[in-house]
Design a protein around this ligand. Structure first.
Ligand SMILES: [Zn+2]
Length: 429
């Protein structure tokens, strides 16, 4: 078999003939030529006349350990439709790209699954190249069809770049919480952009939205989609209850510290020394997880802490009861009991004389309708919280240090339900 014939089979691009192969210090350069004589403008116009021509190289999938480049003549054409000179389209790469589409697909496929350093070492490309390829591929794959049939959505803010920057993410509750829209920023104007992009027809089909208790997303929804039923996401409510506990705990810790005996002497106690009293402030500090964690997941030690708090009639135990009482709202066997349960909780919390919970009760009362709507429709952003941890993972894998555009492309790639076909799937016939 001649070398060019062999390479024809290896490269396997439709309508392309291999003309020659050369081995250079950079890698294998495969010279290719198109069978068709016509040049295609990106706008669709085609002609046999070219304006000028040049030789260009595209990085292709590696051949063994060697890098492989495709080399071809590429023409510019004077397009009457576009009324300017444009570079023709080629079938193996997107316009302006320096890598073939097959190569880009491998990069995107890997970016969905592994960290950035692995990709740069495996494919011998820079971090910047990974980021720009991902952005390009996502730009090609992402289309408006992801907005089709949107009915119940959830919106949340997620932080990237170590919490300094925020993205607003809109997810589809009916599609396993996949991200359908991502944008930089977290205020009312940001979400308003989403409603604008959706357009009045698709906005009219929206039924419910789950959001946080902040005013920004609610404001945008009231303005742009007033008919949509708003639900306060359970996760955010429980988070506020946990914050109230934290406040009460810190207050209690400071109280204990003020009361505490002189500081413990350093070092191990001598064997003849009487046992030291329990270090109250430090102990209060260690109650944190026992109070915040889901009671089903408590360790024996943490359960012990709870029992101790209960025995000592600690205010922290009452805090814990209040938090769990609020969480019970989402565990009711009959959702119809929710209004009565919430009313009972509000009375209990407002009379608790624990400042953090009295304040929480006021906030809850203000959002009463929206909290109950979440129970009625059993809508929760828990899938969005999964999204949050996925985005943390994206950061951790080294993709979070770039521009917002690059991070957004990664969120679509990893959380938007996009399918990237590997070039090998078309090969394995
Ligand atoms: Zn054109």
């Amino acid at each position: 078999m001649r070398a060019t014939t062999a390479f024809n089979r290896i490269i396997a691009i439709d309508g392309v003939v291999v003309e020659g192969v050369s081995f250079t210090p950079e890698g294998v350069v495969v010279k290719i030529r198109r069978r068709k004589r016509r040049h295609q403008c990106p706008c669709g116009f085609s002609t046999t006349v070219h304006y000028d021509r040049s030789i260009r190289r595209w990085r292709h999938l590696d051949l063994g350990a060697a890098k492989c480049f495709l080399e071809a003549e590429i023409c510019r054409i004077d397009c009457p439709t576009c009324r300017r000179v444009r570079t023709e389209d080629v079938t193996w790469a997107r316009p302006g790209a320096r890598h073939t589409s097959a190569f880009c697909a491998v990069v995107a496929w890997l970016a969905q699954r592994t960290d950035k350093t692995t990709i740069t070492r495996l494919l011998r490309i820079s971090w910047e190249t990974v980021a720009s390829i991902v952005t390009d591929v996502v730009g090609d794959v992402l289309d408006e069809s992801r907005f089709d049939g949107l009915c119940r959505i959830g919106v949340d803010e997620v932080s990237y770049r170590k919490g300094h920057r925020y993205l607003t993410v809109v997810a589809d509750h009916d599609q396993q919480g996949r991200a359908v829209w991502v944008h930089e920023g977290k205020n009312a104007a940001t979400l308003a952009l989403f409603y604008d992009e959706l357009g009045p027809e698709r906005v009219a089909k929206l039924e419910a939205i789950s959001l946080d208790m902040g005013g920004a997303f609610a404001k945008a929804t009231n303005e742009k989609a007033p008919h949509v039923r708003q639900c306060v996401d359970p996760f955010h409510l429980v988070k506020m209850a946990n914050e109230a506990i934290d406040k009460a705990r810190r207050w209690s810790w400071n109280e204990e510290r003020r009361r505490a005996a002189p500081p413990r002497p350093r070092g191990r106690p001598r064997s003849d020394e009487p046992p030291r009293p329990r270090d109250e402030p430090r102990w209060v500090k260690h109650t944190r997880w026992a109070l915040l964690k889901d009671p089903d997941n408590l360790s024996d030690q943490q359960l012990e802490v709870l029992h101790d708090l209960r025995k000592n009639h600690s205010v922290l135990y009452r805090c814990w009861q209040l938090k769990e009482g609020l969480r019970d709202l989402y565990r009711l066997r009959k959702p119809a009991d929710a209004p009565a349960h919430l009313e009972w909780w509000l009375r209990w919390a407002s009379r608790s004389r624990i400042p953090a919970f009295v304040k929480l009760a006021q906030t809850v009362r203000k959002n009463r309708e929206r909290i109950l709507a979440a129970v009625e429709l059993s809508l929760s952003n828990s899938k969005l919280e999964g999204l949050n941890s996925k985005i943390r993972l994206i950061n951790h894998r080294g993709y979070g240090h770039h521009s917002a555009e690059a991070v957004i492309a990664m969120v679509y790639l990893c959380c938007g339900g996009l399918t990237i076909e590997l070039p090998t799937t078309s090969f394995a016939r």
